[in-house]
Design a protein around this ligand. Sequence first.
Ligand SMILES: Cc1cc2nc3c(=O)[nH]c(=O)nc-3n(C[C@H](O)[C@H](O)[C@H](O)COP(=O)(O)OP(=O)(O)OC[C@H]3O[C@@H](n4cnc5c(N)ncnc54)[C@H](O)[C@@H]3O)c2cc1C
Length: 402
Amino acid sequence: MDIQDDKVINCDVLVVGGGPIGSTAARFAAKNGVDDVLVIEKRQEIGSPVRCAEGISLTWLDEVEIEESDHFIKKKVKGSKLYSPNGNKMTIGKELAGDEVGGVLERDIFDKEMAVLAGREGVNFMLKTAATDVIKENGKVTGVKAKKMGEEFEIHADLVIGADGFESQVGRWAGLYEQIPSKDIMTCFQYRMVDIDIEPDYTHFYLGKVAPGGYVWIFPKGDDKANVGLGVQLNQLDGNKSPKDYLDEFIDSHEGLKKGQAVDMVAGGVSVGHPLDSVTMDGLMMVGDAARVVDPLTGGGIANGMKQAKIAGEVAAEAVEKGKVDEDFFSRYEERWRDRLEDKIWRNYMAKEKAVELSDEEFDKIIDALSEVDLTELTTEAILKAVQKKYPELVESFKDML
Ligand SMILES: Cc1cc2nc3c(=O)[nH]c(=O)nc-3n(C[C@H](O)[C@H](O)[C@H](O)COP(=O)(O)OP(=O)(O)OC[C@H]3O[C@@H](n4cnc5c(N)ncnc54)[C@H](O)[C@@H]3O)c2cc1C
Protein backbone atom coordinates (compact mmCIF):
# COMPACT_ATOMS: atom_id res chain seq x y z
CA MET A 1 0.00 0.00 0.00
CA ASP A 2 1.54 3.28 -1.06
CA ILE A 3 0.40 6.41 0.76
CA GLN A 4 1.10 9.31 -1.61
CA ASP A 5 0.09 12.01 0.81
CA ASP A 6 -2.66 12.28 3.40
CA LYS A 7 -5.24 12.39 0.66
CA VAL A 8 -4.38 9.50 -1.71
CA ILE A 9 -3.59 5.84 -1.16
CA ASN A 10 -2.55 3.59 -4.04
CA CYS A 11 -2.90 -0.18 -4.25
CA ASP A 12 -3.20 -2.89 -6.90
CA VAL A 13 -6.52 -4.42 -5.88
CA LEU A 14 -9.00 -2.67 -3.60
CA VAL A 15 -11.80 -4.73 -2.06
CA VAL A 16 -14.73 -2.74 -0.63
CA GLY A 17 -16.28 -4.75 2.23
CA GLY A 18 -14.62 -7.06 4.74
CA GLY A 19 -17.38 -9.69 4.89
CA PRO A 20 -16.51 -13.33 4.22
CA ILE A 21 -16.81 -12.80 0.48
CA GLY A 22 -14.59 -9.71 0.37
CA SER A 23 -11.92 -11.41 2.49
CA THR A 24 -12.04 -14.48 0.26
CA ALA A 25 -11.74 -12.53 -3.00
CA ALA A 26 -8.81 -10.62 -1.45
CA ARG A 27 -7.18 -13.86 -0.24
CA PHE A 28 -7.26 -15.44 -3.70
CA ALA A 29 -6.02 -12.28 -5.41
CA ALA A 30 -3.02 -12.16 -3.03
CA LYS A 31 -2.43 -15.90 -3.20
CA ASN A 32 -2.27 -15.68 -6.96
CA GLY A 33 0.40 -13.05 -7.01
CA VAL A 34 -1.02 -9.58 -6.32
CA ASP A 35 1.37 -7.86 -3.88
CA ASP A 36 -0.76 -5.03 -2.79
CA VAL A 37 -4.34 -5.98 -1.89
CA LEU A 38 -6.29 -3.69 0.44
CA VAL A 39 -9.69 -4.41 2.02
CA ILE A 40 -11.65 -1.49 3.45
CA GLU A 41 -14.42 -2.22 5.94
CA LYS A 42 -16.76 0.41 7.31
CA ARG A 43 -17.34 -1.33 10.63
CA GLN A 44 -14.74 -1.28 13.38
CA GLU A 45 -14.81 -5.02 13.85
CA ILE A 46 -14.92 -7.69 11.13
CA GLY A 47 -17.94 -9.98 11.57
CA SER A 48 -19.79 -7.98 14.18
CA PRO A 49 -22.68 -7.45 14.63
CA VAL A 50 -23.88 -10.70 13.06
CA ARG A 51 -26.76 -10.50 10.58
CA CYS A 52 -27.22 -14.14 9.64
CA ALA A 53 -29.00 -17.36 10.57
CA GLU A 54 -25.56 -19.01 10.30
CA GLY A 55 -26.62 -22.15 8.42
CA ILE A 56 -24.15 -23.63 5.95
CA SER A 57 -23.37 -27.03 4.49
CA LEU A 58 -19.85 -28.28 4.98
CA THR A 59 -19.48 -29.76 1.50
CA TRP A 60 -18.00 -26.77 -0.29
CA LEU A 61 -15.31 -25.69 2.18
CA ASP A 62 -12.60 -27.64 0.29
CA GLU A 63 -13.44 -25.81 -2.91
CA VAL A 64 -12.53 -22.49 -1.30
CA GLU A 65 -9.59 -23.95 0.60
CA ILE A 66 -10.95 -23.71 4.11
CA GLU A 67 -10.37 -26.35 6.74
CA GLU A 68 -13.44 -27.32 8.71
CA SER A 69 -12.95 -26.23 12.32
CA ASP A 70 -14.86 -26.35 15.61
CA HIS A 71 -13.53 -22.86 16.08
CA PHE A 72 -16.22 -21.44 13.79
CA ILE A 73 -18.68 -24.34 13.42
CA LYS A 74 -20.81 -24.26 16.53
CA LYS A 75 -23.04 -27.23 15.76
CA LYS A 76 -23.27 -29.96 13.15
CA VAL A 77 -26.69 -31.33 12.22
CA LYS A 78 -27.92 -34.57 10.64
CA GLY A 79 -30.30 -32.86 8.24
CA SER A 80 -33.42 -30.74 7.96
CA LYS A 81 -37.07 -31.06 8.84
CA LEU A 82 -39.66 -29.27 6.74
CA TYR A 83 -43.13 -28.56 8.15
CA SER A 84 -46.26 -27.57 6.27
CA PRO A 85 -48.97 -25.42 7.92
CA ASN A 86 -51.07 -28.40 9.09
CA GLY A 87 -48.02 -30.07 10.66
CA ASN A 88 -47.12 -32.50 7.84
CA LYS A 89 -43.42 -33.12 8.14
CA MET A 90 -40.58 -34.44 6.00
CA THR A 91 -36.97 -35.10 6.94
CA ILE A 92 -34.07 -34.60 4.56
CA GLY A 93 -30.53 -35.82 5.18
CA LYS A 94 -27.82 -33.17 5.10
CA GLU A 95 -26.36 -34.63 1.91
CA LEU A 96 -29.55 -33.60 0.08
CA ALA A 97 -30.49 -30.49 1.93
CA GLY A 98 -28.40 -27.97 0.02
CA ASP A 99 -25.78 -25.34 0.72
CA GLU A 100 -27.37 -24.07 3.93
CA VAL A 101 -27.61 -27.32 5.93
CA GLY A 102 -24.89 -29.29 7.68
CA GLY A 103 -23.51 -26.92 10.23
CA VAL A 104 -24.43 -23.81 12.15
CA LEU A 105 -21.67 -21.23 12.33
CA GLU A 106 -20.41 -18.76 14.84
CA ARG A 107 -20.60 -16.23 12.06
CA ASP A 108 -18.54 -13.50 13.76
CA ILE A 109 -15.70 -15.97 14.32
CA PHE A 110 -16.06 -17.31 10.77
CA ASP A 111 -15.82 -13.84 9.23
CA LYS A 112 -12.77 -13.03 11.35
CA GLU A 113 -11.17 -16.33 10.33
CA MET A 114 -11.72 -15.47 6.65
CA ALA A 115 -9.91 -12.18 7.29
CA VAL A 116 -7.08 -14.01 9.09
CA LEU A 117 -6.62 -16.35 6.11
CA ALA A 118 -6.44 -13.30 3.83
CA GLY A 119 -4.04 -11.53 6.21
CA ARG A 120 -1.73 -14.55 6.08
CA GLU A 121 -1.51 -14.07 2.30
CA GLY A 122 -0.42 -10.49 2.88
CA VAL A 123 -3.76 -8.70 2.44
CA ASN A 124 -4.01 -5.37 4.30
CA PHE A 125 -7.21 -4.40 6.13
CA MET A 126 -8.31 -0.86 6.90
CA LEU A 127 -11.19 -0.79 9.39
CA LYS A 128 -13.68 1.98 10.15
CA THR A 129 -13.17 3.04 6.55
CA ALA A 130 -16.21 3.49 4.32
CA ALA A 131 -16.25 3.94 0.57
CA THR A 132 -18.45 6.98 -0.12
CA ASP A 133 -18.38 6.95 -3.93
CA VAL A 134 -16.52 5.36 -6.81
CA ILE A 135 -14.01 7.31 -8.86
CA LYS A 136 -14.50 6.89 -12.60
CA GLU A 137 -12.26 8.14 -15.38
CA ASN A 138 -13.50 7.82 -18.97
CA GLY A 139 -16.07 5.26 -17.89
CA LYS A 140 -13.52 3.11 -16.00
CA VAL A 141 -13.57 2.65 -12.24
CA THR A 142 -10.15 3.66 -10.92
CA GLY A 143 -10.78 3.75 -7.18
CA VAL A 144 -13.10 5.04 -4.48
CA LYS A 145 -13.59 8.08 -2.32
CA ALA A 146 -13.33 7.00 1.30
CA LYS A 147 -13.88 8.29 4.80
CA LYS A 148 -12.18 7.12 7.98
CA MET A 149 -13.17 8.74 11.27
CA GLY A 150 -14.08 12.01 9.61
CA GLU A 151 -11.00 12.09 7.35
CA GLU A 152 -11.79 12.08 3.63
CA PHE A 153 -9.34 10.67 1.09
CA GLU A 154 -9.13 8.72 -2.16
CA ILE A 155 -7.95 5.18 -2.79
CA HIS A 156 -6.69 4.52 -6.31
CA ALA A 157 -6.42 0.94 -7.54
CA ASP A 158 -5.82 -0.97 -10.78
CA LEU A 159 -8.98 -2.89 -9.99
CA VAL A 160 -11.81 -2.53 -7.50
CA ILE A 161 -13.80 -5.50 -6.19
CA GLY A 162 -17.21 -4.52 -4.80
CA ALA A 163 -18.02 -6.88 -1.91
CA ASP A 164 -20.21 -4.50 0.07
CA GLY A 165 -23.09 -6.90 0.68
CA PHE A 166 -26.85 -6.75 0.26
CA GLU A 167 -27.02 -2.97 0.61
CA SER A 168 -24.23 -2.54 -1.95
CA GLN A 169 -23.69 0.99 -3.15
CA VAL A 170 -20.58 0.35 -5.21
CA GLY A 171 -22.50 -1.30 -8.07
CA ARG A 172 -25.08 1.50 -8.06
CA TRP A 173 -22.54 4.34 -7.85
CA ALA A 174 -20.73 2.78 -10.81
CA GLY A 175 -24.00 2.58 -12.78
CA LEU A 176 -23.82 -1.20 -13.11
CA TYR A 177 -27.32 -1.90 -11.81
CA GLU A 178 -30.45 -0.48 -10.22
CA GLN A 179 -32.23 -1.02 -6.90
CA ILE A 180 -33.50 -4.52 -6.19
CA PRO A 181 -37.28 -4.80 -6.90
CA SER A 182 -39.33 -5.41 -3.74
CA LYS A 183 -40.51 -8.83 -4.93
CA ASP A 184 -36.86 -9.90 -4.92
CA ILE A 185 -36.15 -8.78 -1.35
CA MET A 186 -36.60 -11.11 1.59
CA THR A 187 -36.94 -9.05 4.73
CA CYS A 188 -35.75 -11.01 7.77
CA PHE A 189 -36.01 -10.92 11.53
CA GLN A 190 -34.40 -13.30 13.99
CA TYR A 191 -33.93 -13.89 17.70
CA ARG A 192 -31.17 -15.93 19.25
CA MET A 193 -33.18 -17.88 21.80
CA VAL A 194 -32.12 -19.88 24.85
CA ASP A 195 -33.92 -22.21 27.23
CA ILE A 196 -36.09 -23.60 24.44
CA ASP A 197 -37.21 -27.13 23.56
CA ILE A 198 -36.00 -28.10 20.11
CA GLU A 199 -34.68 -31.14 18.27
CA PRO A 200 -31.07 -29.93 18.22
CA ASP A 201 -29.78 -32.38 15.62
CA TYR A 202 -31.82 -30.86 12.80
CA THR A 203 -32.43 -27.52 11.22
CA HIS A 204 -36.16 -26.80 10.97
CA PHE A 205 -38.09 -24.96 8.24
CA TYR A 206 -41.77 -23.95 8.52
CA LEU A 207 -43.56 -23.13 5.26
CA GLY A 208 -46.74 -21.28 4.34
CA LYS A 209 -48.46 -18.14 5.57
CA VAL A 210 -46.44 -18.12 8.80
CA ALA A 211 -43.90 -16.34 6.57
CA PRO A 212 -45.44 -15.30 3.22
CA GLY A 213 -43.05 -15.88 0.34
CA GLY A 214 -40.37 -17.18 2.72
CA TYR A 215 -40.14 -19.47 5.73
CA VAL A 216 -39.48 -19.66 9.46
CA TRP A 217 -36.16 -21.24 10.44
CA ILE A 218 -34.89 -22.78 13.65
CA PHE A 219 -31.14 -23.35 13.41
CA PRO A 220 -29.81 -24.99 16.59
CA LYS A 221 -26.69 -23.68 18.29
CA GLY A 222 -26.81 -26.07 21.22
CA ASP A 223 -29.27 -28.34 23.03
CA ASP A 224 -31.47 -25.49 24.23
CA LYS A 225 -30.27 -22.64 22.00
CA ALA A 226 -31.12 -21.69 18.43
CA ASN A 227 -31.42 -18.94 15.90
CA VAL A 228 -35.17 -18.59 15.43
CA GLY A 229 -36.08 -16.31 12.57
CA LEU A 230 -37.99 -15.76 9.38
CA GLY A 231 -37.88 -14.13 6.02
CA VAL A 232 -40.94 -12.61 4.35
CA GLN A 233 -40.93 -11.45 0.75
CA LEU A 234 -41.14 -7.66 0.99
CA ASN A 235 -44.13 -7.26 -1.35
CA GLN A 236 -46.05 -9.96 0.55
CA LEU A 237 -46.00 -8.19 3.93
CA ASP A 238 -49.52 -7.92 5.21
CA GLY A 239 -50.46 -4.24 5.79
CA ASN A 240 -48.71 -2.82 8.80
CA LYS A 241 -47.40 -6.15 10.01
CA SER A 242 -43.61 -6.30 10.33
CA PRO A 243 -41.41 -9.43 10.07
CA LYS A 244 -41.03 -9.18 13.86
CA ASP A 245 -44.82 -9.40 14.26
CA TYR A 246 -44.91 -12.59 12.17
CA LEU A 247 -42.09 -14.10 14.20
CA ASP A 248 -43.63 -13.16 17.56
CA GLU A 249 -46.90 -14.81 16.45
CA PHE A 250 -45.04 -17.95 15.43
CA ILE A 251 -43.16 -18.15 18.73
CA ASP A 252 -46.32 -17.55 20.74
CA SER A 253 -47.96 -20.52 19.05
CA HIS A 254 -45.08 -22.92 19.83
CA GLU A 255 -44.87 -23.87 23.51
CA GLY A 256 -41.27 -25.08 23.23
CA LEU A 257 -40.21 -21.65 21.99
CA LYS A 258 -42.63 -19.50 23.98
CA LYS A 259 -41.05 -20.64 27.25
CA GLY A 260 -37.59 -19.39 26.18
CA GLN A 261 -35.79 -16.06 26.20
CA ALA A 262 -34.52 -13.99 23.31
CA VAL A 263 -30.98 -12.78 24.06
CA ASP A 264 -30.21 -11.15 20.76
CA MET A 265 -32.10 -9.86 17.73
CA VAL A 266 -31.19 -9.36 14.11
CA ALA A 267 -32.96 -7.62 11.25
CA GLY A 268 -31.75 -7.56 7.67
CA GLY A 269 -32.50 -8.12 4.03
CA VAL A 270 -31.50 -10.71 1.46
CA SER A 271 -31.80 -10.39 -2.30
CA VAL A 272 -33.65 -13.34 -3.82
CA GLY A 273 -33.62 -12.25 -7.44
CA HIS A 274 -32.24 -13.90 -10.57
CA PRO A 275 -28.60 -13.45 -11.62
CA LEU A 276 -27.67 -10.05 -13.02
CA ASP A 277 -26.80 -9.69 -16.71
CA SER A 278 -23.39 -8.32 -15.80
CA VAL A 279 -21.40 -7.94 -12.59
CA THR A 280 -18.35 -6.34 -14.18
CA MET A 281 -17.33 -3.17 -15.95
CA ASP A 282 -13.97 -1.62 -16.75
CA GLY A 283 -11.98 -1.55 -13.50
CA LEU A 284 -14.74 -3.17 -11.40
CA MET A 285 -15.84 -6.67 -10.42
CA MET A 286 -18.76 -7.33 -8.07
CA VAL A 287 -18.95 -10.35 -5.82
CA GLY A 288 -21.15 -12.08 -3.21
CA ASP A 289 -24.38 -10.45 -2.03
CA ALA A 290 -23.30 -7.30 -3.89
CA ALA A 291 -23.39 -9.38 -7.10
CA ARG A 292 -26.74 -10.89 -6.02
CA VAL A 293 -25.71 -14.54 -6.11
CA VAL A 294 -27.76 -15.52 -3.06
CA ASP A 295 -29.77 -18.71 -3.52
CA PRO A 296 -33.27 -17.30 -4.21
CA LEU A 297 -35.05 -20.29 -2.71
CA THR A 298 -33.26 -20.47 0.62
CA GLY A 299 -31.82 -16.96 0.98
CA GLY A 300 -28.43 -18.51 1.74
CA GLY A 301 -25.57 -16.49 0.28
CA ILE A 302 -22.36 -17.62 1.94
CA ALA A 303 -21.61 -20.72 -0.16
CA ASN A 304 -22.36 -19.17 -3.57
CA GLY A 305 -20.56 -15.97 -2.64
CA MET A 306 -17.42 -17.76 -1.45
CA LYS A 307 -17.25 -19.92 -4.57
CA GLN A 308 -17.66 -16.83 -6.71
CA ALA A 309 -15.08 -14.90 -4.64
CA LYS A 310 -12.39 -17.48 -5.31
CA ILE A 311 -12.90 -17.08 -9.05
CA ALA A 312 -12.98 -13.28 -8.71
CA GLY A 313 -9.66 -13.28 -6.83
CA GLU A 314 -7.99 -15.57 -9.34
CA VAL A 315 -9.15 -13.55 -12.35
CA ALA A 316 -8.26 -10.28 -10.59
CA ALA A 317 -4.68 -11.52 -10.14
CA GLU A 318 -4.43 -12.50 -13.80
CA ALA A 319 -5.89 -9.16 -14.88
CA VAL A 320 -3.44 -7.13 -12.77
CA GLU A 321 -0.48 -9.19 -13.92
CA LYS A 322 -1.40 -8.72 -17.58
CA GLY A 323 -2.47 -5.10 -17.12
CA LYS A 324 -5.88 -5.93 -18.58
CA VAL A 325 -8.39 -4.63 -16.08
CA ASP A 326 -11.26 -4.13 -18.49
CA GLU A 327 -14.68 -5.64 -19.03
CA ASP A 328 -13.40 -7.69 -21.97
CA PHE A 329 -10.85 -9.46 -19.83
CA PHE A 330 -13.35 -9.87 -16.98
CA SER A 331 -15.53 -11.97 -19.30
CA ARG A 332 -13.49 -14.93 -18.04
CA TYR A 333 -14.73 -14.13 -14.52
CA GLU A 334 -18.30 -13.89 -15.79
CA GLU A 335 -17.97 -17.17 -17.68
CA ARG A 336 -16.38 -19.09 -14.81
CA TRP A 337 -18.76 -18.04 -12.05
CA ARG A 338 -21.81 -18.50 -14.29
CA ASP A 339 -20.61 -21.99 -15.27
CA ARG A 340 -20.32 -22.86 -11.61
CA LEU A 341 -23.43 -21.19 -10.18
CA GLU A 342 -25.84 -19.63 -12.63
CA ASP A 343 -28.01 -22.60 -13.64
CA LYS A 344 -28.91 -23.45 -10.08
CA ILE A 345 -29.61 -19.82 -9.15
CA TRP A 346 -31.96 -19.49 -12.15
CA ARG A 347 -33.73 -22.77 -11.41
CA ASN A 348 -34.20 -21.87 -7.75
CA TYR A 349 -35.37 -18.39 -8.74
CA MET A 350 -38.09 -19.91 -10.93
CA ALA A 351 -39.04 -22.32 -8.14
CA LYS A 352 -39.22 -19.42 -5.68
CA GLU A 353 -41.47 -17.45 -8.03
CA LYS A 354 -43.88 -20.40 -8.11
CA ALA A 355 -43.59 -21.21 -4.41
CA VAL A 356 -44.66 -17.67 -3.50
CA GLU A 357 -48.04 -18.39 -5.12
CA LEU A 358 -48.74 -21.57 -3.14
CA SER A 359 -51.54 -21.68 -0.59
CA ASP A 360 -51.21 -23.33 2.81
CA GLU A 361 -53.29 -26.27 1.52
CA GLU A 362 -50.91 -26.74 -1.40
CA PHE A 363 -47.91 -26.74 0.95
CA ASP A 364 -49.72 -29.39 3.03
CA LYS A 365 -50.13 -31.58 -0.04
CA ILE A 366 -46.52 -31.12 -1.22
CA ILE A 367 -45.00 -32.07 2.14
CA ASP A 368 -47.49 -34.93 2.44
CA ALA A 369 -46.43 -36.31 -0.97
CA LEU A 370 -42.72 -35.84 -0.27
CA SER A 371 -42.87 -37.44 3.15
CA GLU A 372 -43.91 -40.71 1.45
CA VAL A 373 -41.03 -40.97 -1.03
CA ASP A 374 -37.37 -41.59 -0.54
CA LEU A 375 -35.79 -38.77 -2.51
CA THR A 376 -32.27 -39.49 -3.71
CA GLU A 377 -31.71 -35.97 -4.95
CA LEU A 378 -33.34 -32.72 -4.00
CA THR A 379 -33.59 -31.04 -7.37
CA THR A 380 -36.70 -29.09 -8.36
CA GLU A 381 -37.38 -31.78 -10.96
CA ALA A 382 -37.17 -34.66 -8.47
CA ILE A 383 -39.51 -32.83 -6.08
CA LEU A 384 -42.06 -32.08 -8.79
CA LYS A 385 -42.03 -35.66 -10.06
CA ALA A 386 -42.61 -37.00 -6.55
CA VAL A 387 -45.51 -34.59 -5.95
CA GLN A 388 -46.95 -35.33 -9.40
CA LYS A 389 -47.46 -38.98 -8.47
CA LYS A 390 -49.88 -38.16 -5.66
CA TYR A 391 -51.25 -34.74 -6.63
CA PRO A 392 -50.92 -34.39 -10.45
CA GLU A 393 -53.18 -31.32 -10.50
CA LEU A 394 -50.76 -29.48 -8.21
CA VAL A 395 -47.87 -29.81 -10.60
CA GLU A 396 -49.89 -28.52 -13.58
CA SER A 397 -48.70 -24.92 -13.13
CA PHE A 398 -45.08 -26.03 -12.65
CA LYS A 399 -45.00 -28.21 -15.78
CA ASP A 400 -42.67 -25.88 -17.65
CA MET A 401 -40.02 -26.59 -15.00
CA LEU A 402 -40.05 -30.34 -15.60
C1 LIG B 1 -31.22 -12.47 8.68
C2 LIG B 1 -30.29 -13.13 7.67
C3 LIG B 1 -30.09 -14.49 7.75
C4 LIG B 1 -29.21 -15.12 6.85
N1 LIG B 1 -28.96 -16.45 6.99
C5 LIG B 1 -28.09 -17.08 6.16
C6 LIG B 1 -27.77 -18.47 6.34
O1 LIG B 1 -28.26 -19.13 7.26
N2 LIG B 1 -26.90 -19.03 5.47
C7 LIG B 1 -26.33 -18.34 4.45
O2 LIG B 1 -25.55 -18.91 3.66
N3 LIG B 1 -26.60 -17.02 4.26
C8 LIG B 1 -27.46 -16.37 5.10
N4 LIG B 1 -27.73 -15.03 4.93
C9 LIG B 1 -27.06 -14.31 3.84
C10 LIG B 1 -25.60 -14.06 4.24
O3 LIG B 1 -25.56 -13.36 5.46
C11 LIG B 1 -24.90 -13.28 3.13
O4 LIG B 1 -25.05 -14.00 1.92
C12 LIG B 1 -23.42 -13.08 3.42
O5 LIG B 1 -23.24 -12.27 4.55
C13 LIG B 1 -22.77 -12.43 2.21
O6 LIG B 1 -21.47 -12.04 2.50
P1 LIG B 1 -20.85 -10.72 1.83
O7 LIG B 1 -19.43 -10.69 2.27
O8 LIG B 1 -21.20 -10.66 0.40
O9 LIG B 1 -21.67 -9.54 2.50
P2 LIG B 1 -21.68 -9.06 4.01
O10 LIG B 1 -21.48 -10.19 4.92
O11 LIG B 1 -22.91 -8.23 4.15
O12 LIG B 1 -20.40 -8.15 4.09
C14 LIG B 1 -20.34 -6.89 3.44
C15 LIG B 1 -19.40 -6.02 4.21
O13 LIG B 1 -19.22 -4.80 3.53
C16 LIG B 1 -19.19 -3.75 4.46
N5 LIG B 1 -19.55 -2.51 3.75
C17 LIG B 1 -20.77 -2.19 3.24
N6 LIG B 1 -20.72 -0.99 2.63
C18 LIG B 1 -19.44 -0.56 2.75
C19 LIG B 1 -18.77 0.62 2.34
N7 LIG B 1 -19.41 1.60 1.67
N8 LIG B 1 -17.46 0.76 2.64
C20 LIG B 1 -16.78 -0.22 3.33
N9 LIG B 1 -17.39 -1.35 3.76
C21 LIG B 1 -18.68 -1.53 3.47
C22 LIG B 1 -20.19 -4.16 5.51
O14 LIG B 1 -19.99 -3.50 6.74
C23 LIG B 1 -19.95 -5.67 5.61
O15 LIG B 1 -19.00 -5.99 6.58
C24 LIG B 1 -28.58 -14.37 5.83
C25 LIG B 1 -28.83 -12.99 5.75
C26 LIG B 1 -29.67 -12.37 6.66
C27 LIG B 1 -29.88 -10.90 6.57
